[in-house]
Ligand binder design. Structure first.
Ligand SMILES: *Cc1c(COP(=O)(O)O)cnc(C)c1O
Length: 407
């Protein structure tokens, strides 16, 4: 298959490819000897664009998704970013949104039309499940949720065309849901893949070819500095891009130009951020795996997830910088988590900052013991997102966290 993604191994390579910068607001063509060009694009906050004639307006309408007229539809910075994200996904068209949830909401709006069943498999973002519950009640569809892929043989939906939404790797246990198998089992389904935990250019087989819509939050790895919210949708099913674009245009939800600027800035350091995060993550895994107070470690394809090693190595180049682990009863996490120095207790992940959370107290605050149990969670389960700090800062904080505190 002629897959343009194969041309690029890194994000830096891709954003420096001159043929992708034709929409660029960065500067003039290089054959004009101009000095003093800015190295980074201007942040233009204009909500509207001027037309010099009815003719130029008519040109706009003949290619409106690739041009600019009004800020709720597009802008030059947004078009430039969409060109890059699209080039990372086989050239399939892309729409950027103001958050991951805005992107997921647009996908659900478009893809749920006329469906009688919506299926979710494995751990899913809580707000996504909430949206799906609401949508299925609204359209009279049934929502089936499977905690484990293995339960799929119990279903009798194989001949139907359900809407299926999965996240891979999933959060917080970093399990892989193999979308290729889903496509085999449900050839007529509509598949949405939330690839937030995968990061950019980390896919060996073109998973977007198996999904109808690939969606991700750019707030995590891609933005990487905890200073922007954004999300993208890549539409590989022919014709569906127009629906996503129109939904964004009518409901609002496009990324704002300041965030688009920040996201463009973030792409420039994506590769070195990920490389350092992965190096630090290996040191964290070494530390945790030799500490007797750590009872389980969840990382894609390794430790407690090593039974998924084969599918993990088939699909992805790396496992990312999230690590989830369970500590022994002898550790008093509630006391020790407040003693960390550089590591912050906060939601979100994938950024330059090392962030820690106990999901039972953070994203699942107030859930009953039984509800937590269904999700495999308890108050000894920790999720760590490894950042760019000197590795000894991170490891020393882990020492503090795991202090033997039973006395
Ligand atoms: C964070 C996240 C979202 C939501 O993204 P926002 O940018 O916070 O709206 C959706 N899915 C997954 C897997 C996430 O981690």
């Amino acid at each position: 298959m002629d897959d343009p993604t194969q041309d690029f191994k890194t994000v830096t390579e891709l954003i420096n490819a001159s043929h992708l910068s034709t929409n660029s607001t960065i500067g003039a063509p290089t054959h004009i000897p101009i000095h003093g060009l800015p190295l980074v694009p201007s942040i233009n906050l204009s909500a509207a664009y001027e037309f010099s004639s009815i003719d130029s307006l008519s040109q706009y309408y003949s290619a409106k998704t690739a041009s600019v007229r009004y800020g709720r539809d597009s802008s030059q910075l947004v078009l430039q970013l969409e060109t890059y994200i699209s080039a990372m996904h086989g050239g399939y068209p892309c729409c950027l949104f103001q958050s991951g949830m805005a992107a997921i909401n647009a996908c659900i709006q478009v893809a749920s039309k006329g469906r009688s069943t919506i299926l979710t498999i494995g751990a899913c973002y809580r707000k996504t499940l909430g949206l799906i519950e609401k949508k299925s009640a609204e359209i009279g569809a049934s929502h089936i949720h499977l905690e484990n892929f293995e339960e799929i043989h119990l279903l009798t939906l194989q001949k139907q065309d359900p809407l299926i939404l999965i996240e891979s790797p999933s959060n917080p246990f970093l399990k892989i849901v193999d979308i290729r198998r889903l496509k085999e089992i449900f050839p007529d389904s509509f598949l949405i893949l939330d690839a937030t935990l995968q990061g950019l250019l980390n896919d060996k087989v073109g998973l977007y070819n198996f999904a109808d819509l690939t969606v991700a939050s750019c707030t995590k790895y891609i933005g990487g500095h905890n200073d922007l919210l954004a999300g993208y949708v890549v539409a590989s099913l022919p014709g569906i891009y127009q629906d996503i674009w129109e939904t964004r245009s009518s409901c609002g939800g496009i990324i704002d130009n300041l965030s688009a600027y920040l996201l463009l800035r973030s792409l420039r350091t994506y590769d070195i951020r990920i490389a350092t995060q992965l190096r630090n993550t290996e040191l964290v895994l070494d530390f945790l795996s030799t500490n007797p107070l750590v009872e389980h470690i969840y990382y894609p394809g390794r430790f407690d997830n090593s039974h998924e090693n084969e599918v993990f190595s088939d699909l992805y180049y790396h496992g990312g910088s999230l690590v989830t682990f369970k500590v022994s009863d002898a550790v008093s996490l509630e006391a020790s988590i407040g003693t960390l120095l550089s590591t912050k207790m906060a939601p979100s992940f994938g950024s330059v900052d090392t962030l820690i959370e106990i999901p039972a107290y953070m994203s699942h605050w107030g859930k009953s013991k039984k509800e937590l149990q269904t999700l495999g969670l308890d108050h000894r389960t920790v999720r760590l997102s490894v950042g760019l700090e000197p590795s000894d800062y991170i490891i020393k904080d882990l020492y503090r966290l795991l202090r033997h505190d039973s006395c």
